[in-house]
Design a protein around this ligand. Structure first.
Ligand SMILES: [Zn+2]
Length: 188
């Protein structure tokens, strides 16, 4: 199940994902950490760690989150945060160089969710889960510290995200057709 939050620009953005799968036994902490990092995209995780060190130096445990691109195409969700599996997914539509400027504010937004959920597994801490899943006053107070958030909101409101989605669809359709091979010259 995925919870999405309607924002003024009527897109459900940055949904917080809650998994409903039953818990499975967890491997040892060290092993789990290694596996999660292996599932991360290197550049995304590097950006995440840099943001964490600058804005949340008191919470190094957030480095343990896995940060990856979405495997499915997205239309309404730019990024999502699973507090149970400690995984952030970023819409693959934003993986192009021209959109990299938005990764900082986007990951910072998701990090605010993760930060509010810290202090042990959220399944054992309903209060932390409630605090972390919404965009309440506490969340907003932390989020507004980051200067890039307003620019990201403006980009989305201005149609930037929908243009990114259309651009991605066009590029993928073009790639599926394969390289253009010039027609042979007509033989007379
Ligand atoms: Zn959010």
């Amino acid at each position: 199940m995925k919870y999405s939050f309607l924002r003024p620009f009527q897109l459900s953005l940055w949904g917080v994902r809650r998994t409903t799968k039953p818990e499975v036994s967890q491997p040892a902490c060290r092993k789990r950490k290694r596996v999660r990092h292996a599932q991360s995209d290197g550049e995304l995780h590097k950006t995440w760690r840099a943001l964490r060190a600058e804005w949340f130096p008191e919470a190094p445990e957030l480095d343990d989150y896995a940060i990856c691109w979405s495997s499915r195409r997205q239309k309404r969700t730019l990024a999502s945060c699973s507090l149970e599996t400690r995984r952030i997914r970023v819409a693959r539509e934003l993986s192009y160089a021209e959109h990299r400027v938005w990764l900082g504010p986007l990951l910072y937004h998701e990090m605010c969710h993760a930060y509010l959920a810290r202090g042990g597994p959220v399944r054992d801490n309903p209060a932390a889960k409630r605090r972390a899943c919404g965009h309440g006053a506490e969340f907003k107070a932390i989020e507004r510290r980051f200067p890039g958030i307003a620019a990201l909101d403006a980009w989305i409101k201005g149609g930037g995200w929908m243009r990114a989605v259309r651009s991605d669809r066009a590029k993928r359709a073009s790639a599926r057709k394969g390289p253009r091979i010039p027609a042979p010259a007509a033989a007379l």
